[in-house]
Design a protein. Structure first.
Ligand code: IMP
Length: 178
């Protein structure tokens, strides 16, 4: 693989992420207290690290499922057309569902995914996004819980990639081309 032609500046440390997840988990547990089993749906691929840390903080019976929607590809501009590349493995009709997203950017992905999941009749459908870039929004949508609001910068790490690289960084960093 060719060397990076960009630098990464740390934006949110692993420690801050962990502390925020702990706080958000408490709110999620209060909201879903008494649930039979919460279906936690991770949007692939960017949420895989976040969902792993999040579910381990949830003191609730949970089932984990994944859904993959097309988004950036290798480019840095969002596509408006959202396609489902991998659907859920289980049923969500009549069940409590929490959708876990890495970043809400234009909002097209979350809007499309929530429309699809709502059509399946969940008892309750809430969302959590680790990051939110409100200044980029083109669809009026907001996650129930947000980890951090960030400026309009391209970020990597903690599961989030640039052209499939840097998902394994333990922190969130901004990309700066050199
Ligand atoms: P939206 O449909 O424009 O809200 O795009 C959401 C998806 O775009 C996220 O789930 C990410 O996969 C991707 N994305 C948005 N911003 C970034 C970024 O800064 N770095 C990497 N991926 C991003």
């Amino acid at each position: 693989m060719s060397p990076r032609d960009y630098e990464i500046d740390e934006l949110i440390s692993a420690k801050r992420i962990a502390a925020r997840i702990e706080g958000l988990s408490r709110e999620i547990c209060d909201t879903f207290a008494g649930t039979d089993q919460l279906v936690v749906v991770g949007l692939l691929r960017g949420s895989f690290v976040f969902i792993a840390d999040l579910v381990r903080e949830l003191d609730l019976p949970v089932e984990v499922d994944f859904l993959e929607a097309s988004s950036y590809g290798d480019a840095m501009e969002s596509r408006r057309e959202v396609r489902i590349l991998k659907d859920l493995s289980g049923e969500i009709g009549g069940r409590d569902v929490l959708v876990v997203e890495d970043i809400v950017d234009t909002g097209f992905t979350l809007h499309h995914v929530l429309g699809l999941l709502r059509s399946r009749g969940p008892a309750r459908l809430e969302t959590i996004a680790l990051l939110d870039k409100p200044s980029r929004r083109e669809v009026d949508i907001k996650a129930t819980w947000t980890g951090f609001e960030i400026p309009d910068e391209f970020v990597v790490g903690y599961g989030i990639d640039y052209a499939q690289r840097d998902r394994n960084l333990p922190y969130i960093g901004t990309v700066r081309f050199t």
